[in-house]
Ligand binder design. Structure first.
Ligand code: PLP
Length: 217
């Protein structure tokens, strides 16, 4: 049952928060619904979980039409030619990985008078994905993005490499936190997935992105 999964997830988040003496309310859980049906999304929304993550614009658009009351998160790589559609539905784009993508988002956001909230995706490990800014590029790119009128940086996102033991993810999450602390202490951290979210929470995650831990029933 989805309800049991979500309850278990919250117990695990609460336990991680207790270990570092912070409040579980600090954490936003994004339910990653790629490959899941609109019906399954409605089920989690009815349980009170309104943050929905998708990694493909087309799939998200189709479900968006069938669902109201959700906050939509774009977590996958975003191509420039999909920006126009994406900004119509996404409250937060987690995966901005270049200045040119940010400029396109800004350009399209101006047209519909939206301020688009984004996170900068940072490549904290060499092997995991081909997308993401190098840690030492983030400062310059964020400075340029801050000059744009209709896009607002809310924080940083990273994906840790797959590992047998979630402790192996810790250095990557820690690296993202240190970068945030250096560049803008107000920024949020989107880090942690089904296999490593407890460590991400311990390292200061504000947003965790969970697919299998919620939807695998
Ligand atoms: C699929 C995906 C997730 C969720 O993965 P699970 O391991 O199923 O929790 C989180 N973040 C991104 C970027 C993803 O693509």
């Amino acid at each position: 049952m989805l309800k049991d999964n979500i309850e278990r997830v919250y117990q695990r988040i609460a336990a991680s928060c207790a270990r570092i003496d912070t409040d579980p309310d600090r954490i936003t859980v994004v339910c990653v619904a790629k490959g899941r049906t609109a019906g399954q999304i409605l089920e989690v929304i009815n349980l009170g979980y309104k943050n929905i993550g998708e990694n493909r614009v087309q799939e998200a658009l189709e479900k968006y039409k069938q669902i109201s009351g959700a906050k939509w998160h774009m977590i996958g790589h975003l191509q420039s030619n999909k920006v126009k559609e994406a900004i119509k539905i996404f409250d937060l784009i987690h995966s901005v990985d270049s200045l040119s993508l940010a400029k396109e988002i800004n350009k399209q956001a101006v047209k519909i008078s939206k301020i688009q909230d984004i996170l900068l995706e940072v490549k904290t490990s060499p092997e995991v994905t081909k997308f993401g800014l190098a840690p030492d590029e983030v400062e310059n790119v964020s400075r340029e993005i801050n000059k744009l009128s209709n896009i607002e940086i809310k924080g940083l996102m990273t994906i840790a490499p797959l590992a047998d033991n979630m402790q192996e993810a810790r250095p990557y999450f820690s690296k993202l936190r240190q970068l945030r602390d250096k560049l803008n202490p107000e920024w949020l951290l989107s880090m942690g997935m089904s296999d490593d979210f407890e460590v991400a929470v311990e390292e200061g995650a504000n947003i965790i992105r969970l697919g299998r831990a919620i939807f695998n029933v």
